[in-house]
Ligand binder design. Structure first.
Ligand code: FAQ
Length: 309
């Protein structure tokens, strides 16, 4: 009966075991999982654009090869995550459609511009750093295919973060102009990176239920604090500062205090009005349209092979 199925589901969650695609799950759980996985996949795909902007102008062959590999990894993560969403009954073409038509979200962070090459380094350090902070606990998420995808994705994200930090260390050993470029990029990305963790707990409609289902293992504010705590010593080692006069160690709490985040900015960017929202979606729409013939040819080929088998 429905009650037995519900009890079995609750029991699986309570014992920290995984929900698998063929298991019964509440419709709201399925819906939440599709929402989070789709948003995550969209973020990976849209996230290729800000850095992809620098592939043709990377300052050396080595930097170009690294950047190409990183952006390709992001495409891989996106496809991997779209596949995970199909195990819940979602349809990839439909999800892409919803992204392009603004009916599904992607991370706010990818709506900021990348005017200098230091942005590539800072995205690796701070944006991938925040992504790792958020995603390592998701390796223990209750939905099996998502949790397993996160293990592999986090390994690659760690490499991405290291490349960003190494790039910035190299620039910091360079000229004054290069050091200024790094500091300027840090100034622009710090606050948006903190916003990646989502609204504050008191204004996060999904956290309580997602924590109860063990989809999320920590709240938005917990992970944001963890990210601040790990980033401050890294900034010191690098020789840059964060643009926050209220950032200071609080011995009583055993954490860094930090200033008030401009939540109106996050709301604006999420609702489509960030610096690059229109450009990002337009580019994705164009790629989708220009790739239509490839999808049609692949489908025709598959149908032909299926017919002759
Ligand atoms: N941007 O109730 P909550 C990457 C939405 S890393 C846009 O707190 P939830 C790697 C939220 O969806 C980035 N929207 O929601 C990379 C919800 O809207 P909805 C991707 C945001 O789900 C690096 C509403 O606000 N990572 O791609 C944001 O419990 C470099 C209320 O929020 C993931 O997706 C935001 N920042 O917690 C790639 C990680 N924050 O759906 C390329 C997995 C919140 O109700 C280059 N996701 N919203 O209409 C998660 O951990 C969670 O979904 C959170 C949000 C923490 C993002």
């Amino acid at each position: 009966s429905e009650e037995d199925l519900q009890a079995h589901f609750e029991h699986t969650i309570a014992r920290d075991q995984r929900i698998e695609p063929r298991d019964w799950m509440p419709e709201a759980y399925r819906k939440t999982m599709i929402r989070q996985i789709a948003q995550h996949a969209h973020s990976e795909i849209i996230g290729m654009q800000p850095e992809g902007n620098w592939i043709t102008r990377a300052p050396s062959l080595r930097r170009k090869a690294i950047l190409l590999a990183k952006v390709q990894d992001e495409a891989g993560h996106g496809l991997y995550l779209y596949s995970a969403s199909t195990t819940l009954g979602a349809d990839r073409a439909d999800l892409t459609d919803k992204l392009i038509n603004g009916r599904q979200k992607y991370s706010s962070i990818f709506n900021y511009p990348t005017p200098t090459f230091a942005d590539v380094g800072v995205i690796g350090w701070l944006v991938d750093g925040a992504a790792i902070c958020n995603q390592v606990p998701l390796c223990r998420s209750s939905y099996g295919p998502y949790a397993r995808a996160m293990i592999r994705i986090c390994k690659e994200e760690s490499f991405h973060q290291r490349q960003g930090y190494e790039l910035l260390m190299t620039m910091m050993r360079g000229t004054d102009a290069q050091r200024e470029m790094v500091q300027d990029a840090v100034n622009r990305w710090w606050w948006p990176s903190l916003m990646m963790f989502g609204p504050p707990d008191a204004e996060s409609p999904n956290t309580a239920q997602s924590m109860a289902w063990k989809i999320k293992r920590h709240t938005n504010d917990e992970l944001r604090q963890r990210f601040v705590d790990m980033s401050v010593p890294q900034a010191e080692a690098l020789g840059v500062t964060f643009p926050d006069p209220d950032l200071k160690w609080n011995a009583e709490r055993g954490h860094y205090d930090f200033g008030e985040i401009d939540w109106s900015e996050l709301k604006r960017v999420i609702s489509g009005d960030g610096p690059c929202n229109a450009e990002r979606i337009e580019r994705r729409r164009k790629a989708q349209e220009e790739g239509a013939w490839v999808r049609e040819a692949a489908a025709a080929h598959a149908a032909k092979k299926g017919a002759s088998a």
